[in-house]
Design a protein around this ligand. Structure first.
Ligand SMILES: [Zn+2]
Ligand SMILES: [Zn+2]
Length: 167
């Protein structure tokens, strides 16, 4: 049977490098302004961060904060979250400043707890971020899961994000 997926857990030097970028994403997550979760992301190309972001209300503005609205009760309709996602911010940052380098770049995402410690990620689920990463031409989406740092090809990441929850 052919194994039809391209996710791999990184090892050796590739894992060490990925940890470096995950900690950079965690530094961004520490700046998050959302009241629901602290998330951070970096877009990396040629061993350099070309975009970075944390989740927060649009424009980092209290005026636009929706964290305390009816999120999860049918609104917002398309993603059920309140803030700008860290991944959107990182992608937009890369587009603003390095649009010629974004194709083939990798996105590293993590959450942190209230102490700034990295929280391991579960499976891919955000179909907004998965489509954005794929459509922008990013090559890979990385999550630090319990089993290790998982590197997904963005097409697979998008397909997995659409799979129904199990159990
Ligand atoms: Zn929020
Ligand atoms: Zn998302």
């Amino acid at each position: 049977m052919t194994i039809d997926h391209t996710m791999e857990y990184l090892t050796g030097e590739r894992e060490d490098e990925a940890k470096h970028w995950m900690h950079a994403a965690a530094d961004m997550a520490c700046r998050a302004l959302c009241r629901s979760a602290k998330c951070g992301a970096v877009v990396v190309k040629d061993e350099e961060i070309i975009g970075a972001g944390y989740n927060a209300p649009p424009l980092d503005s209290e005026k636009h904060r929706m964290c305390d609205s009816q999120v999860g009760e049918g609104k917002p309709k398309y993603d059920r979250t309140c803030c700008m996602h860290a991944e959107w911010r990182a992608a937009l940052d890369a587009l603003w400043h390095h649009s010629d380098r974004i194709v083939g770049a990798k996105l590293y995402f993590t959450r942190v707890d209230d102490h700034g410690d990295i929280l391991k990620s579960g499976r891919p689920f955000c179909t907004v971020c998965s489509r954005l990463a794929l459509d922008l031409g990013l090559s890979h989406f990385l999550l630090w899961q319990e089993e290790g740092i998982a590197e997904f090809e963005t097409g697979e990441y998008n397909r997995l994000s659409y799979e129904p929850w199990e159990g």
